[in-house]
Design a protein around this ligand. Sequence first.
Ligand code: AMP
Ligand code: ZN
Length: 463
Amino acid sequence: MPIRFYNSITRKKEIFQPIKDGEVGMYTCGPTVYDYAHIGNFRTFIFEDLLKRYLIHRGYKVYHILNITDIDDKTIKRSKDENTPLGQMTEKFTGYFMNDSKWLKIIPANEYPRATDYIPKMIEMIQILLKRKYAYTMDDGSVYFNIQSYPDYGQLANLELKFQRSTNRVANDEYAKDDPQDFALWKGWKEEDGDVVWDAPWGKGRPGWHIECSAMSNYYLGEHFDIHCGGVDNIFPHHENEIAQSKCATNHKFVNLWMHSEHLMVEKGKMSKSVGNFYQIKDLIDLGYSPENVRYQLLSGHYRTRISFSSNKKHEGDRVINRISDLRSRLIELGAISLANGELPAEYGIFINKLDDDLDAPGAMSIFFQWMRNLNTKFDKGLYNDVDIGKSWEFLCALDSIFGIVKVESTNIPPKIICLADEREEARKLGDWSKADKIRDIVRSKGWIIEDLSVGYKIKNSE
Ligand code: AMP
Ligand code: ZN
């Protein structure tokens, strides 16, 4: 079955066909670094991680660019409010974003361009748009894109522009979908911008948010590339405006496939920084979440449906993650690593079909869990052979390479505890049960539990 993804611009599922065979160029709008990213943002970044991991799993070489929005209305406001230089403030939050992404096991992008490093590229694009009469200058040094000059404006957001003869213009980076207006490519310097200023041929100022992504994607991926992603709130105006700028500046198709993830909600509202109803990664760490559990929660709804995050689901998530982890230990004990030879169980085919169909992550996970339940029953009854063990290991590895939800036992067990457990294992083998029990009690008094398995043992923290 070919891979099919839903394309936001055609509003249908299409067979995925990259421009260059076997290679995928992918641009994902990164965080606006004026605060910590919240897990709503990370729902989108984890959806993008799933997409990338899946393409890699299916054999594609993915070249992924994730930009850092380090200059826009919000970053300038925060740096002023905090009385901290813009660069210092944005570097701090970029650092937190990188750490959170690492904790969440998000595969790093190939490049993380910061908008402020690409101002000359943005100026170059704006100059072309002015020359081709898609844009016009204002007395205050600003430059606006004329949306009436681009007949396809509104295609992505599905706007009926024919009926709208708006001649207004908007300086803000974000505005409502039912009010399309000429938007700022460049904002002439104002006193409140302070020293956040660059020279341009038409006057000093700073770029608008939308031109940043057009310039950076063009720099790294060229005029025409495969996939552009973001959350649904990026569709309008950000991505609509990116399309207008890029197509008019290059005379070229911009992006083949637009993919957007729905929002993460909290009690029916969108989780957002401005409302303040959000969890950050540091809050979840304090609540005792594992990265695997957070990934599981965020991937357990299809990316095009809204999901809500609730700490009530933590317990269920921990149970699921522990079950997968127990299967991993069980397979290792049974020698799975050396028995695996690339062969997979039949259920893997169904699992892949689900993901081929517009990344049906919940569908694929439910196939895996059903298979895992049946497998455990077979193992409990001793109904397995080496081939089953090898195939099971391969399926578990496939699950992990795509979802990143397999928890590898931590190795922070003190060496002394491991020695005691080994000594106890020896005693057990010799049938010296009283010695074995005594050692188990000593280990427990030190905060660790030895769990006997059909072959060998497992050490767990007793907390
Ligand atoms: P921002 O830092 O605001 O530029 O957002 C970074 C990414 O997070 C963008 O792709 C947004 O569309 C996405 N995003 C923002 N809020 C949410 C949410 N509640 N659920 C899912 N994605 C979101
Ligand atoms: Zn962007």
